[in-house]
Design a protein around this ligand. Sequence first.
Ligand SMILES: Cc1cc2nc3c(=O)[nH]c(=O)nc-3n(C[C@H](O)[C@H](O)[C@H](O)COP(=O)(O)OP(=O)(O)OC[C@H]3O[C@@H](n4cnc5c(N)ncnc54)[C@H](O)[C@@H]3O)c2cc1C
Length: 503
Amino acid sequence: MTDFQALADRPVIIGGGLAGLAAALEAAPRPVVLITAGTLSDGAASLWSQGGIAAAIGADDDVTLHGADTIAAGDGLCDPVAVARIIGAGPSVIERLVALGVGFDRDATGAIALGLEAAHARRRIVHVRDHTGAAVTAAAAASVRAAAHVTLIEHAAALQIATHEGRVIGVWIATPDQIVFLRTGAVLVATGGAAGLYRASSAPSGATGSGLALAAEAGATLRDLEFMQFHPTGLDAGASPLPLISEAVRGEGAVLVDETGARFIDELLPRDVVARAIHAHQSQNHHCFLDARAIGARFHTRFPSIAASCARAGIDPAHMPMPVTPVAHYHMGGIAVDAAGQSSVPGLFAAGEAASTGLHGANRLASNSLLEAFVTGADVGFLFRTLDATGADQRIGLVSGPAADPASLRMIRSVMDRDLFVQRNRAGLRRAMAELLPLATRNQAALVALMMAVAAYDRHESRGGHATSDYPARSAAAPISSTLTRASALQRAQAILRQRIAA
Ligand SMILES: Cc1cc2nc3c(=O)[nH]c(=O)nc-3n(C[C@H](O)[C@H](O)[C@H](O)COP(=O)(O)OP(=O)(O)OC[C@H]3O[C@@H](n4cnc5c(N)ncnc54)[C@H](O)[C@@H]3O)c2cc1C
């Protein structure tokens, strides 16, 4: 059994995805603790990433062009300084990953092969066939397992980040044997995204924004929570989460059709536009399919993981159209952090999808998130080398509610699929708040869902990953990020619901 007292006053990294692994590696030689809810081989979206990592390493490319594409996709809300910093690190991240042993696909000359994805002006997607995330994460995980400075504790879920006088003093952790308090003054939340709050989701089912709730309960400010990226093509064959059919399949010539065989949208338009078109077509009682028969037998060698998911559903994409539906995929919002990864609570840091770094704005450019996870995780790890991580003994016991019990999670997912999906409206958002508010003070998933609903309700425009039929256009006013704390979100939800009753 782990001796947690012996680990006191070390920086603690929560999450074993790419952001947490990069932080742990970069912290060397400072001793750090890495806890993760499952193992390093499951539970992380990083393991599921298909397309690849965007990096401006082509002869015709440079980081300024990559940054410009990122800002265009972000629909007015990117922080140009964060974009320059994170995108600028792309080429060196690829070198670092090659040094870690990642065998990226190469072209006939031996150079790293570069794929093209929607809204990228150049070929810059570095990949390992269609399982880049698994290859990259496995390499980083192997290095972490071998690193003497990292104490890795698997099957250990963070339940609560304890604070005293506004600073982090420790973290409550549940292991299979016990609930323990680990004293520390420095915690990195690298717990991934919140797309698992939806039933129609491509993300691991544990991606319920638990790190956002941990941070919010500790008093941190969260940002841009209304912006969820929906991927147009989840494989609609009964599984949940839904296997993703990468954009690259459309890039190779697959077309979107309905049950009559008719095309209804240009499938190479931006993700959010295609997702809304499919949703609208489904609302008129159509069924939607991705027809990749033109790719033929090559589908199996070019997209082996997707072909395997299809085979499990009894579909051969070389000969049959694949049923598809939009899925919640990537959460642009998260814990507001500065360039050092520091949140509004001293001692509480965030990286990767759990953080709102300013890179993605209102809409993420495809394949920028593995890059962000590595860069922002490593930045915090570097800081941890010299940071004072002295915590303090617990002042109060564990007060958090459960992350989410299965029955509550089912209810939350049905609310999210109904009222916070690709096309929202204020009546639906109010209904969602009314159903989530009673749970939000004692259930972490409900708290995050409620905060997303409040942020969506208060954005009076459609932009990026937030579309509402009440305000279908972008606002002419200068775009600003939304920020919420737990307290302000609960108060705002109560006020909105009172207004409705008064009306
Ligand atoms: C199907 C799919 C395909 C994708 N394809 C791409 C792609 O091609 N390119 C790209 O750039 N991005 C892609 N993404 C997005 C990308 O995978 C993620 O944004 C990125 O991997 C996030 O990394 P992370 O380390 O922040 O979080 P994750 O990799 O999700 O890791 C989070 C970790 O935190 C742990 N955890 C969560 N809560 C707790 C807790 N309370 N206590 C302890 N541990 C906890 C989890 O178990 C997990 O280990 C894809 C995502 C999906 C779902």
